[in-house]
Design a binder for this molecule. Structure first.
Ligand SMILES: [Zn+2]
Length: 181
């Protein structure tokens, strides 16, 4: 289990702590999707904050190491431009990164990635043109190292498949040549 300060404790310890009166228990699947929020109460701002801490574990800006305890809740779409205070429109950002998001020159933008994205539902950060002229939304993997492992494994798997196909193509053409001879 991951704590709000970025540390880890064995799951059994976490459950024991929860039994001793911690009022909230959230359970996530391997993709980080909330499976359970343990409290029968209308989902209010504290619950949203806890959900964000549990899901994001820290600042959402690519490359930032700040743990959840140093972060504030940030509206992905600005509240002034009808960005609702719904969980889908909220993310975590540390003060330094939060200050980088503005409409002025050199300002960063944040968007929620759609279903076609590699990381649907996550907060994508778009760097200003002098940093990234392609304006590609990027997510933070610092608090989700398993994602990087999954991406690497998928790439290795794809490479192996291609090599196997190449070998099969070569073998079948070689066999045809042998028959022709
Ligand atoms: Zn940050």
């Amino acid at each position: 289990a991951t704590t709000a300060t970025g540390g880890t404790v064995p799951l059994t310890d976490a459950l024991e702590l929860a039994q001793q009166g911690l009022p909230w228990l959230m359970v996530f699947d391997h993709a980080g999707v909330p499976l359970h929020l343990g409290r029968t109460k209308r989902l209010a701002t504290p619950a949203q904050r806890l959900a964000l801490i549990a899901a994001l574990r820290g600042c959402s800006r690519p490359g930032c190491d700040a743990p959840a305890s140093l972060c504030a809740v940030h509206h992905v779409r600005d509240w002034n431009t009808h960005g609702d205070t719904d969980i889908e429109n909220l993310t975590l950002a540390c003060d330094r990164c939060h200050a980088m998001v503005h409409d002025g020159p050199g300002g960063w933008k944040t968007v929620t990635l759609d279903q076609d994205s590699q990381f649907p539902g996550r907060t994508g950060w778009i760097a200003p043109p002098h940093i990234d002229p392609t304006a590609t939304p990027r997510v933070n993997h610092r608090h989700h190292t398993s994602e990087l492992l999954a991406t690497t494994l998928a790439r290795i798997h794809e490479q192996r498949n291609q090599e196997r196909e190449q070998r099969q193509r070569w073998l079948s053409s070689h066999t045809r040549h042998t028959h022709a001879a």
